[in-house]
Design a protein around this ligand. Structure first.
Ligand code: NAD
Length: 365
């Protein structure tokens, strides 16, 4: 019952969202709605073609809304790339950015805002093509001299998000699987967040339900538009969960592992999530019962592990490139930082055991 868990804080972040197959056709209208007329389109080199196709929709001639393309977005948002993209925006006299791609491209758009003229930031229109969910969060990241910094700033939140599931049909099975479980992780941690609330818990529950039901089909039939739409909707709800509630052990641990040992972002989430859930279950049993219910299983931890196996994802830290000799250092790093909120106290011994289980790819109970 909602009333049983009140009082709690509710403050959801607002972006205008357009969802549906083919909705990217509305981009020009949405640019005008923001009072803008010269869009800098951003993409990774791998998604240059899709970004150009989208740019073509912005018209030609003097009335075109396309100012130019910057196609060098990269993982972890390197600061040098941010400076280059910002210079390009200035050179082209762009008055908005369109981020076409996954979390790395949205991250570049956010970093342009943060390092630019923050008094009059370039509005961002996000056209997500993966399940990362960054378009729904005020979380930014940047990497300088090998060190990744992250933070929250409401100014980086995209103004408009166009979720067109047709753009996800090309996503490889491995990114669909790991990215999908990454989105489920956003939902899971919202349940027991320190600043969680019943509205976000309901959003998170629906996100898990949509993703866990659709992903097994999506990895087998990547062209299934209906199930791709379900998965994308789940990822949207995952992004809302991540953007609206503080995260705990799982996200902190994945951040530490990925940055200190150069592990792939979404796959690290996929391996660690069942073990972080097993660790937290004794202290957050009601939350985990709701996670299990949304997955349609009895145990949230085992259910998440089984889902990853069904999706063909890698389920051990060893398989994604971690070395056994790094586990002690990882446990130190994960527990020596400033203390943070987690439903169960974070001890070095407990984290070392969690890491060993994740390294071995053990199925939790
Ligand atoms: P990504 O953006 O790095 O994309 C990985 C690769 O897949 C890229 O080459 C990309 O071009 C390609 N790709 C994306 N969509 C595709 C599609 N539909 N078809 C074919 N190729 C496609 O990966 P990601 O998982 O989307 O995002 C991960 C990054 O996002 C990480 O750096 C993570 O830290 C960040 N992230 C940030 C937030 C936030 O709130 N700020 C949230 C989640 C993730």
């Amino acid at each position: 019952m909602l009333v049983d868990i009140l009082p709690s804080l509710y403050g959801i972040l607002q972006a205008r969202v357009i969802f549906g197959v083919g909705c990217v056709a509305k981009l020009t209208e949405e640019i005008e709605r923001l009072g803008a007329s010269r869009a800098l389109v951003l993409s990774t080199p791998q998604q240059r073609e899709v970004a150009l196709e989208i740019a073509e929709r912005l018209g030609s001639g003097p009335s075109s809304k396309f100012a130019g393309l910057f196609d060098r977005a990269a993982m972890h948002v390197p600061i040098e790339i941010v400076h280059e993209a910002r210079e390009e925006a200035r050179r082209l006299d762009a008055d908005c950015c369109i981020a076409v791609g996954g979390g790395s491209t949205t991250g570049l758009a956010k970093a342009i805002v943060l390092t630019g003229d923050v008094a009059s930031p370039l509005p961002i229109l996000a056209v997500p093509t993966s399940y990362a969910g960054s378009e729904m969060t005020p979380i930014w990241e940047m990497t300088q001299d090998g060190r990744k910094t992250t933070g929250r700033d409401p100014r980086v939140l995209p103004k408009t998000v166009l979720y067109d599931p047709a753009l996800t049909l090309s996503m490889p099975a491995s990114l669909s699987a790991a990215g999908g479980i990454n989105a489920i992780a956003h939902c899971v941690e919202a349940f027991y967040a320190q600043d969680g609330n019943p509205v976000i818990s309901n959003i998170a529950e629906e996100g898990i339900r949509l993703l866990s039901a659709s992903l097994p089909v999506v990895v087998k039939e990547p062209g299934n538009v209906e199930l791709r739409s379900q998965a994308m909707c789940g990822a949207w709800l995952g992004g809302v969960s991540l953007g609206s509630a503080g995260m705990a052990l799982h996200h902190k641990l994945c951040h530490t592992l990925a940055s200190a040992f150069n592990l792939p972002h979404a796959e690290t989430h996929t391996v660690v999530l069942p073990h972080a859930v097993a660790y937290n279950t004794p202290a957050a049993s009601e939350a985990m019962a709701r996670v299990a219910g949304a997955l349609g299983v009895d145990s949230a931890a085992a259910g998440l592990y089984d889902l990853a196996v069904t999706l063909g994802a890698r389920v051990s830290l060893e398989a994604i490139g971690m070395r056994a000799s790094d586990l002690d250092q990882a446990a130190d790093l994960a527990t020596e930082d400033d203390p943070y909120y987690n439903p169960r106290p974070v001890t070095r011994e407990g984290i070392r055991e969690l890491l060993q289980n994740a390294f071995d790819g053990m199925r939790p109970e």
